[in-house]
Design a protein around this ligand. Structure first.
Ligand SMILES: Cc1ncc(C[n+]2csc(CCOP(=O)(O)OP(=O)(O)O)c2C)c(N)n1
Ligand SMILES: [Mg+2]
Length: 551
């Protein structure tokens, strides 16, 4: 049978369609016009953004939420260099992302080196795979290959460069069939060894990390906890995998030490570390002769000076947990009395100041207010600033992927695009972006995109007129607080100029009603929220280091 002939850019887009791609986020240039034309004749929707970085953040978040590759498209040179932060965001955050960039014709070009950057090499340290397409015929197999690489554990970013002349040429269009296969499971002997270690421990503790959030392990973990009664905590990117209202929940390890949860960690003699990723700041430090650790993940532990687990249980996470649930009963030799005390103290601490009426708002009240108004499955997307720590510690997530935060690259500017992508993936869910005034201004031009797309979205701009997180660190180091303050636009007018709806919080009592209004009424809403950051130093540098763990 003769293979059909088609234009290479059409073949590229057809290959993406076959992978189930629904959106391509991007900002094209001359060099990508053939791809754009093919896209416009396809079932895939092109989502135009105002900056390439935002297109990348949106595509990566799409990948994070669906487990399917998110796709973004930019032109060569400046378009591609604008994309690198988002590619790193996906790669470090384990989000499946395919970045496609254009390039000048490779066979002959009359423009010398105008706009030429070696994009394939630029992407090498930021991706799992990067390649230039040199022959249209290779496109179907190459697209299949990069999607597989992007999506398989550990997920991440891949890149393809499609030169203009390759995109426009006619090519044969081979097709092939592939069947789905399942991930391998851990072997029974290792599972039995893990079960034995858990049975023999006195105070086992469960840690839920980032990989558990994408592997849909919620039900398995919940059953394990309910059957065994083992207490658990999570990392920032593991938030929500098991409902944090659970009576066995001990908190989120947002800080590396000196928090209530660390009292429990220090007393545990065995930690079951599920889905941990060393890219997150270490939730605890291992020591020679200290707490033993079982590493449960799709891939073996990456060892370093503070992480050297005694046992690796490698295989599908949900399956491992189900097998352990069968093998481990609640054990009368376990002593959870101390964890119970930690739980009591932690809950007391979280409630403290949650109703504080001070204006400007303090972070504890802000977090409590957001939790009160968000429905259980509502999604908050956090940008990067000091409020992220407060949300990670004080905001209880009830469901998987309802707190989108980036504890991997931790790039400012991701909050709004992530919220936009979340709203596109889950149009029925309420979505709130929480951004600092610094981070918001890094991608605020996407307000236009959000309005144009007709997204119903609420954006909270936490305003301290400064890079607050860094200011807080200045104090902690004993430096003078200097050089980090700035002025802001009038955020209400700024929102309005984009066709969004602006609100300004004038008194703290209005906080909950204002947020409710924002979430309930259609359109893009922005809340200008003045914040009082004096609690950062008081709680993080003064109160928490005083915890004696003697409860
Ligand atoms: C792109 C980027 N640049 C710089 C940093 C370093 N950084 C981390 S938090 C922060 C301050 C954030 O300020 P803002 O968004 O206003 O939040 P705030 O801490 O003031 O609430 C900075 C500069 C970063 N994480 N990402
Ligand atoms: Mg700020």
């Amino acid at each position: 049978m003769r293979e059909p002939i088609m234009k290479a850019s059409d073949l590229f887009i057809r290959s993406l369609e076959q992978e189930g791609v629904k959106y391509v986020f991007g900002l094209p240039g001359e060099e990508t016009l053939d791809l754009l034309e093919s896209l416009n004749h396809s079932r895939i929707r092109f989502i135009l953004t105002r900056h390439e970085q935002a297109a990348g953040f949106m595509a990566a978040t799409y990948g994070r939420l669906t487990g399917k590759v998110g796709v973004c498209l930019t032109t060569l040179g400046p378009g591609a260099t604008n994309l690198v932060t988002a590619v790193a965001f996906a790669q470090l955050g384990a989000m499946p992302l395919l970045a496609i960039t254009g390039q000048k014709p490779v066979k002959k070009s009359k423009q010398g080196r105008f706009q030429m950057v070696d994009v394939v090499e630029m992407m090498r340290p930021l991706t799992k795979f990067t390649k230039q397409v040199v022959n249209g015929r290779n496109i179907p197999i190459l697209v299949r290959e990069v999607v597989r690489i992007a999506q398989e554990e550990r997920p991440g970013a891949v890149h393809l460069e499609l030169p203009e002349d390759v995109a426009s040429e006619d090519t044969v269009a081979p097709s092939f069939e592939m069947m789905k296969s399942r991930r391998p499971n851990a072997d029974d002997q290792t599972l039995r060894r893990a079960a034995k270690m858990i049975r023999q421990a006195k105070r086992p503790l469960l840690l839920i990390g980032a990989a558990a959030n994408r592997a849909r392990t919620s039900t398995a973990l919940r059953k394990f906890i309910d059957k065994t009664g083992i207490y658990f905590f999570n990392t920032q990117m593991g938030k929500g995998v098991v409902d944090e209202r659970h009576r066995r929940f001990l908190g989120t390890a947002a800080l590396s030490q000196n928090d209530y949860v660390h009292c429990a960690i220090d007393r545990a003699d065995l930690i079951l570390n599920v889905g941990h990723d060393v890219i997150e700041k270490p939730p605890f430090f291992m020591q020679e002769g200290g707490t033993r650790v079982i590493h449960i993940n799709h891939f073996p532990a990456v060892l370093d000076a503070v992480y050297f687990p005694q046992l690796d249980v490698v295989g599908d996470i949900a399956n491992t947990i189900e097998a352990l649930t069968q093998k481990v009963e609640n054990n009368p030799n376990w002593d959870f009395s101390y964890f119970k005390a930690v739980k009591r103290e932690f809950e007391k601490h979280i409630k403290a100041n949650a109703d504080d009426g001070r204006h400007p708002v303090i972070p504890q009240r802000l977090v409590a207010a957001v939790r009160r108004v968000m429905p259980p499955t509502g999604i908050i997307a956090l940008d990067n600033g000091i409020y992220k720590l407060w949300f990670a510690r004080n905001y209880k997530a009830y469901h998987t992927n309802t707190v989108l935060l980036d504890n991997a690259l931790a790039a400012m500017g991701a909050g709004l695009p992530a919220a936009m992508a979340a709203k596109m993936v889950f149009p029925k869910k309420k979505v709130l972006a929480v951004c600092g005034d610094g981070g918001f201004m890094m991608t605020s031009e996407e307000l236009e995109t959000a309005v144009r797309l007709g997204l119903n979205l609420c954006i909270l701009v936490v305003r301290d007129n400064a890079y607050g997180m860094v200011k807080w660190k200045q104090v902690a180091l004993g430096h003078k607080q200097r050089g980090l303050d700035y002025d802001n636009p009038d955020f209400v007018k700024y929102a309005e100029s984009y066709g969004a709806i602006g609100h300004r919080l004038e008194k703290t009592d209005d906080l909950e009603p204002m947020l409710r209004d924002c979430l309930e009424s259609p359109g893009v809403h922005l809340v200008d929220l003045p914040v009082d950051y004096s609690e950062n130093h008081r709680v993080f540098d003064e109160e928490l280091p005083q915890i004696t763990c003697g409860f």
